[in-house]
Structure formats: C-alpha cells, structure tokens
Design a protein around this ligand. Structure first.
Ligand SMILES: [Zn+2]
Length: 100
C-alpha cells in the first residue's frame, strides 16, 4: 500500500523490525524515568509519533518477557508529578543520534 512519511523516524510498514526495536528502546527509556504505562504511551505519541496501539503492543511483549521486572515495577508508587517532557524529548534525540 502506498503511503507517505510524515516524520523522520523509521517506518512501521517499511522497516517493521527496526521500528519495533526503536519502540522497545523508547519504552525502556520511559521505564528508566519511572513512567506509568499511560505516561509512556502519551510520551511516545507526542514525541515520536508512535501510535498508542503500537506502544501498548510492544509494552505487552516486553511485559511477557520480563514478568518479574514488571511486577516489581507496577508495585512501586508512581509520582503524581507530570513527566519531564524535556527529558523524554532528549532521549528520543539521543536514540536518533546513536542510530546513525
Ligand atoms: Zn514506509
């Protein structure tokens, strides 16, 4: 199916494996920032134009592979503070630079 690329990131349809790897990497960075699943989905949508469904799917895969980690992760108290947007955006740029 013909489609145009509106963002500079990898394309899910042209490079599915690389794309999923990128989403996985971004989710891992969100986990390091102690974001909830909801915050992570929102951050990736806003900063990397990743659709919530893709983020959720990759998140679930990660969770399946790392059950113990996620059990511990969910048991902690998430900060009610808003996420640090600048920090999220920076990690996105870090990734792109590292990927060149
Ligand atoms: Zn494409």
């Amino acid at each position: 199916m013909h489609h145009t690329h509106q963002h500079p990131l990898l394309c899910l349809y042209c490079h599915p494996h690389s794309y999923i790897r990128m989403v996985q990497h971004l989710i891992e960075r969100c986990l390091l920032l102690h974001m909830s699943q909801e915050q992570c989905i929102k951050a990736l949508e806003e900063h990397a134009s990743i659709t919530p469904l893709v983020t959720l799917t990759v998140w679930k895969e990660l969770q399946k592979e790392n059950e113990d980690f996620f059990r511990a992760y969910y048991s902690q108290n998430f900060s009610p503070m808003p996420i640090n947007e600048a920090e999220v955006f920076k990690l996105h740029q870090d990734y792109q630079q590292g990927n060149k």
